[in-house]
Unconditional design. Sequence first.
Lengths: 506, 354
Amino acid sequence: MIKDDHPASLLEVRGLIKTFGSARALQGVTLDVRPGEVHCVLGQNGAGKSTLIKTLSGAHQPDEGEIRWNGEVVTIDNPVAALELGIATMYQELDVVDGLSIAENIFLGHELETGGVLKRREANKRTRALMQRLGHPQLSPTREVGTLSPANQQIVSMARALSHDIQLMIMDEPSAVLDTEEVNNLFRVVDELTNQGIAVIYISHRLEEIERIGDRITVLKDGKSVGSNLAVADTPTRELIPLMTGTDVEHAFPQRAPVADDAPTILEVSNLSLAGTFDGVNLSVKAGEIVGLAGLVGSGRSEILETIYGHRKATTGTVKVHGKTLRPGSVSAAVSANMGLSPEERKSQGLLLEEPIYRNATLSTFARFAKGALLDEGAERRATEEQMKALELRPAEPNRITRTLSGGNQQKIMLARWLIHGTDVLILDEPTRGVDVGARVEIYGLIRDLAAAGTAILVVSSEIEEVLGLADRVLVLADGHVLDERPTSEIDEHGVLDLVMKGSAA
Amino acid sequence: MSEPTTTPQSPASSEVSTTPSADEPSLVQRAFSSSAGRNIGLVIGLILLVIVGAVTAGDNFMNLDNMLVIARLASVIGVVAIGMTFVITAGGIDLSVGSVLGLSSVVASLGAIQTAADGFWPLMVFVAIAVGVLAGLTNGLIIAYGKVVAFIATVAMLAAARGLAELISQRQTQVVTNNGFLDFFRGDLLGISWVVWIFALTALAGWFVLNRTTFGRRTVAIGGNATAARLAGVAVKRHTVYLYMIAGACAGIGATMTLARTTAGTSTHGMLYELDAIAAVVVGGTLLIGGRGTIGGTVLGVLLFATLNNVFTQNNLSSSVQLVAKGIIIVGAVMLQQRFANREASSSSGGGAG
């Protein structure tokens, strides 16, 4: 470990400790940030990254430890104090107000005014300059933020941070909602910030991003910094994973046998269209086959899944399971046909976070366990516990409140729901979003096992590598059209991106 | 599907075992974070109020007859609040229950209905409940399929039902002359008025349905996360309609009880009952945003306000003072609950989030 007492350190954190009740979220974190560097903070879910960020941005107060800012010991009592020091934070959950314009969002809380009257022209002018600086001059200051894509909402969030006079920008998983193209723009912005001497603390799950833009790395595990201020150039990725997880991850995507030619087709989608979103989609999935949809945000990939599942009502086209046509726009029909969906936004679309695990695991099946209308919670708990053991979800406590689980374990609960139900078709939208490296590998294994047991699986991920690694066959999408369909053995990430770029341009 | 040997666990035991083992909140915190614990808070409040009553009004307050008076006065709002608990647990709201109660009382006491009920008085009860269910069905269809937010849809019903009641009754008070009906409700069982029994039975049935049946599970799931429930295959729209029908049915039952107590049906019955019912539900610990509902809490909330009313009346204090006290209690109770709920949330999720 390099103990760096660089005289020009902008931020020095020493021995930071923060406890919640009896849970120790931070147990001694050490961190140095120099002006103009990109300092990556790595760690699995629960390692303490969010708590560290919240402490630096004034949302939490540390119990012990020291924070020095430009060499002076400071206490950061609240978010305003952080901003006054020059620390701005971009949270993972977008914190923009949908109903306000871009300019209103950017100057929210520090409006430009004279005697209570807003200076709208000035605000718009400065917003235009910020958008220019962030590489999005096409975004008009008066546009309502609710109409923007998540990626562009993030730009607004970033512009808001830059509207303050800042020296340090904290970014919490900024790339989670972005596509390859948008990530490139994000990195361009980060470069520009650092060139102006602004330091960036960059949190991400994606190791390859850190290689691209990081200067130094601090790795957190169980609330401790297990590696502080490592230089990216001297630290190969394979050394980082064991630091984060304590284990080595070699084969993320297990090899498996090809699908038999005579396997029956389970899911058949013909000429499916949703006006204004996607058009004429044909696809079929055999028993035991994993089919992936690859494309950028806005290509219609999630909407296709949701329409197949009946969450959206198709304008034209049919969805057949085992040869039987499903009633369009009916989730109940899809569920009765043994179709299951693990939605993109697990927390807002999938789970009852305040309820115990077993009530989430049996959300599709509690009526089946019930005797008449009378719930049988004992049977529900037993079935859940069984699945939790099978999925190696520890501790196997079905009564635990779902909110307290990590992202990976919450994803397993979604899988458990459909395993208990029994599915012939499983639709997975972003199965590993917000899931840390170690748990990802487990989830990939589970998906493969499900397919091997004869389930037809349809998967979407914003990580093309994941789609290609998991699926047998891939459909490449752009602008709501299927551009190409081929076995994943015949195409790589570059091939997909080439297709997508050409398709989008056409 | 599963062996019939399992017995449903009591709510108390399941609550205790859901406490995450990782962090150990203090006993007080734990007691308040369980739903039984929230009720303990209400029970303590109720006991304090009874002590105040006993000290200030003495024997006038502390006697069985007065206790029964309190229970009887609590019963109408109580039944309405049980229906409201279902709607609020699912994340909805029904502001029309008071008006619907008035409309039900008017229709059930129409001369023609009373004549038809001459030989069979329960007909009046059926009519009152049917009117309530019909109004609830209308609310539910407009909300679930018409996609109008519950607040607006039921405010519209609040106005329309009151107006309809005035039109039907021509703003006249309709005296209840059906003796079978009046005799029944004047009667008692084991010295306790039938009105109180109806409240008790409605509450018991409500508790059972909310906590022990698939219907109750759907209700909580929709309130907790409607999208998740829908994507898991729960028929959210249909269920929403049922919930407003329950609220309407409870308003209909309340109308029957009001008819018996006042021996008249008028369009002004049930004025502002929706607010009393919502106050009792929320003070009881049911979350206004849905996802968590407690019938026991609602019953205690209703009793709390009824006792407050009685204590003030016994001490000859004006109803204006009483309203102020009521306001303070509502705000105080909800602030207290939020404090404990927040502590619970930060102690269980703060440690887990990374």
